[in-house]
Ligand binder design. Sequence first.
Ligand SMILES: Nc1ncnc2c1ncn2[C@@H]1O[C@H](COP(=O)(O)OP(=O)(O)OP(=O)(O)O)[C@@H](O)[C@H]1O
Length: 473
Amino acid sequence: MRRLGTSSVAWFPWRCPTSTPTSRSLCPSTLQRNMLFDAISAYLRSVCLDGASKLRAQLRNNSNDDPLISLEENQEVADSFEGARMWWRLFPKTSKKRGGTIISFLPGDSDEPRSLRLVFHKRHRQLVLNSYLPGVVRQWRELIAKNRQRLLFTNHVKDGKSMWSNVPYNPPSTFDLLAMEPAKKVEIMDDLRAFQKGKEYHSKVGKAWKRGYLLHGPPGTGKTTMIGAMANFLDYDVYDLDLISVLNNADLRKLFLDTTDKSIIVIEDIDAIEVELTTNRKGKKAANGDDKHVVIGLSDKNHDKSKVTLSGLLNFIDGLWSACGSERIFVFTTNHVDHLDPALTRRGRMDMDIEMSYCRFEAFKMLAKNYLNITEHSLFSEIEGLLSETNTTPADVADKLMPRNGEIGPLLDEIDEEPVDRDSIMLRYNRKRHADERLESLVETLIMKRAKMNSATSPMEEAKEEQPNAEES
Ligand SMILES: Nc1ncnc2c1ncn2[C@@H]1O[C@H](COP(=O)(O)OP(=O)(O)OP(=O)(O)O)[C@@H](O)[C@H]1O
């Protein structure tokens, strides 16, 4: 990477004639985080170490021991670019309440955000604006691509404002490990691939570059696992949106604008929220006949003031504001697809409907390969029959295949096709014994499950039992 210039701390008594563009961490006119602030901060981080007299250090996350070094507030560093000299200074957050009228675009915001100020001779204005700053941004993008750490964001309310916080996100799930019908899996992967390469296509047809997936199926069929696999496949961040913590539609919009491109925005268990949406919507519709802009209260009793409307949610997905970002994927998950309002799931909002189903034989074979490292076994055909007769989730099957007593050793080591030495023979024996045990236990569970299903009284029979015999009475 080409470095833009050298740096040193410098306090210069003369400053005139100078130009002083300022970059704030928040952009009041757009409500969005000012990316230039982030870009410059990262750039200064890479050049300020040599010269600044005061630095700030913090740990990025638990898995990285290298502290993140940045410029301390009120510190200044000098930089040079193509013969021009310039000085950066980081100004702290300041209160606007020191006098005068406060006009803020951010509700409840009384502070001026942190800002970076650049000072340079005015003859360098074109050089700075046309070459230096674009170069800083370019370096920042390269740096991000190189050191990228995938993040999982979640929203919360702080000081009356909704915001995202994040943690590093390295989900263990991949499409290889996901147990589902192979053809369906390939279809989803192809769809994601096409979406990722679809920039030109979307602009050609005049469509926002986004895609909606509805994941539905019973608990334990892999909906959350699928989201992790998608994030790994695309290398996108994930925003896990908790609608209960969203204060109102404006808040929802602000949260949306704060998401970055190349991200997956997830709303889990949308049916739980949707029940409330639908109930309240119908209730009010009778009164005012307007079912699109009705304020609804979400179910959480602690958040009675939550006011997100169905139209707010729909706007979030495909309204005017949704076009403000690009390369975003929306994922809704539900255990009860039939409970959903058709407005939420109509074509264009949800582009792909993915049913995560009970574990059948194809999915089981993948689990057996992943958990037991086997591709065949004498019990496979019995298991195939039992899985087709019982509705067993992949989570339940996976649980049965998990090693008990921490016996993972035999599963991890590679074994030769034709074991020759004593160790590899023992390893093969242990692995076989472990697989036998786990599969026998699975068969036992499935047989019990089938027996339970067969012995369960059908509703018709139950009704008959409850009805007193007409002749007797
Ligand atoms: N299709 C699958 N492939 C591989 N593993 C699976 C699959 N489904 C479930 N599992 C296993 O079961 C665990 C629970 O699955 P997961 O949380 O993804 O299910 P879910 O459908 O999201 O459930 P819920 O509706 O309760 O949130 C996972 O950690 C994973 O180990």
